[in-house]
Design a binder for this molecule. Structure first.
Ligand code: SDX
Length: 429
């Protein structure tokens, strides 16, 4: 509770609104009773100043460029942890002991297979279907196959659904890729780590043994870690809103995948690499910078800017280091796309338009360069983001479902339409 209040005066009436303080970040003004007391709504399209929930999972300080998962800085987790350990941290709140981690990894590994009949879903799509379309459909369809983990009131079913989703997403994403290139689907193995299994399911072919390159599996695991969760972003808010009606977890995660697909959100990694390819050479950078600044041109620098970060996205810093390392270790000398990215970043950060508006590279600016060097087509960039973010969506979903105060989300509006009027018969129109 709190004894601090904010005073709101509307015409001649004063209203007192409680103020709550977080463990980190801005205070919040509790407006839950405002409509009942004052008969007014607050107005915040895009939720630029709205705290939609309580949470203990991820904290972002946009001014400092800080990202914490359960208090641990993302750069430390990227350097010292690995994706499944970060999954445990996000899901259960603490870093696991060795025994807890071994048990968790074993449970995830043993759930990586899909119900064999789900193969037919993939075959129902055209070969040129975008993998995100396939993932949205197949993940939604999981609620038709895994009935024993759809009752959200049962803690055990919530736990099983969580493990199934974290475990099966790489298989679904890899199968969407294999299907799109007409190659046989590759089944997960129980003797491989999460990232290596995913690479093998994507790149191995029956004609030869697939050797996982440790550089690539480490880079893949780091990309998974960097995308795992990010507070109340658009897709996570979509999952929370869908879940607030009591919908089953598979349907809610499918809603999150659909939202992530947008180019303003998770689809930016694909759009960013396509933009870098379109720029092509450093001499064309000024032309694209000018277009990004031109209000009459809808073009924006993809991979730049962020609703919350008004400083460097800490994930972009790690991703940039990783891009240098991976390309160097792969012997991809002088990658022209990486060169364009670095010079574009330099040019933008020397331009007051971007620095005054606090537009810095975000997580999507360098990730596509690494993924392309690893052999992925651009259409697989956002599916990989979805694989990683599933644990974040599920952790936030669990947190909300387990909150006794949970209510169905139901925003209101500033109505600007027609006021009451009578129906007019067609003869009189
Ligand atoms: C992700 O929310 C999350 O946490 C998301 C995410 C996660 O992990 O879940 O971090 C993942 O989605 C990263 C963002 C990926 N998207 C892109 O890279 C697409 C390009 N970026 C923009 O579309 C934009 O920056 C957003 C969508 C990311 C943020 O938009 P906002 O906060 O709504 O900001 P805005 O559109 O109000 O822009 C503020 C100003 C505007 O100019 P003015 O009207 O004030 O004159 O900055 C300009 C914008 O025109 N601007 C850009 C720009 N981004 C904003 N101008 C050129 N290029 C850009 N990229």
């Amino acid at each position: 509770m709190t004894d601090r209040t904010a005073k709101l005066t509307i015409e001649d009436k004063d209203f007192e609104l409680p103020i709550f303080s977080p463990t980190a970040g801005p205070d919040v003004v509790d407006i839950r009773k405002l409509y009942a007391q004052a008969g007014v709504f607050t107005y915040d399209p895009g939720f630029t100043s709205t705290a939609s929930c309580d949470s203990t999972i991820t904290f972002i300080d946009g001014d400092k460029g800080e990202l914490l998962h359960r208090g641990y800085p993302i750069d430390q987790l990227a350097a010292s942890s690995h994706y499944l350990e970060v999954c445990y941290l996000l899901l259960y709140g603490e870093l696991p002991s060795a025994a807890q981690l071994e048990d968790f990894e074993s449970r995830v590994t043993k759930h990586t297979m899909l119900h064999e009949q789900m193969v037919y879903f993939f075959r129902g799509f055209r070969r040129d279907a975008h993998p995100m379309a396939i993932m949205t459909g197949v993940v939604g369809a999981m609620s038709a196959f895994y009935h024993d983990s759809t009752d959200i009131s049962d803690p055990w079913q919530r736990e099983v659904a969580s493990i199934r989703l974290v475990a099966k997403m790489p298989t679904i994403a890899a199968w969407a890729y294999k299907y799109s290139i007409g190659q046989p689907l590759v089944y997960p193995r129980n003797d491989m780590d999460y990232a290596s299994n995913f690479l093998r399911m994507c790149f191995s072919v029956p004609a030869e043994e697939y050797e996982v390159n440790p550089i690539l599996s480490r880079a893949m695991d780091r990309i998974f870690t960097l995308h795992a969760d990010h507070e109340q972003n658009a897709s996570t808010s979509t999952v929370r809103l869908a879940s607030s009606s009591g919908a089953n977890p598979f349907a809610c995660i499918a809603a999150g995948i659909a939202c992530l697909w947008g180019p303003a959100h998770g689809g930016a990694n694909q759009a960013c690499l396509e933009m870098l390819r379109e720029i092509g050479t450093p001499d064309r950078i000024p032309e694209f910078i000018a277009r990004a600044k031109d209000k009459s041109d809808p073009f924006r620098l993809m991979g730049f800017g962020h609703r919350v970060y008004k400083n460097f996205d800490p994930r972009a810093k790690v991703m940039k280091q990783s891009a240098d390392e991976v390309l160097d270790l792969l012997g991809v000398e002088d990658n022209p796309i990486l060169q364009v990215a670095k010079e574009l970043e330099e040019a933008a950060l020397a331009d007051p338009y971007f620095t005054d508006k606090k537009l810095f590279p975000n997580v999507d600016f360098y990730s596509g360069i690494i993924l392309e060097a690893m052999g992925f087509p651009t259409s697989m960039f956002t599916p990989i983001f979805a694989v990683s973010r599933t644990v974040g969506w599920i952790s936030q979903w669990k947190e909300m479902i387990e909150d006794p105060a949970m209510k169905i989300g139901r925003p209101r509006q500033l109505y600007k339409g027609a006021t009451m009027r009578d129906y007019v018969d067609i003869e009189k129109r």
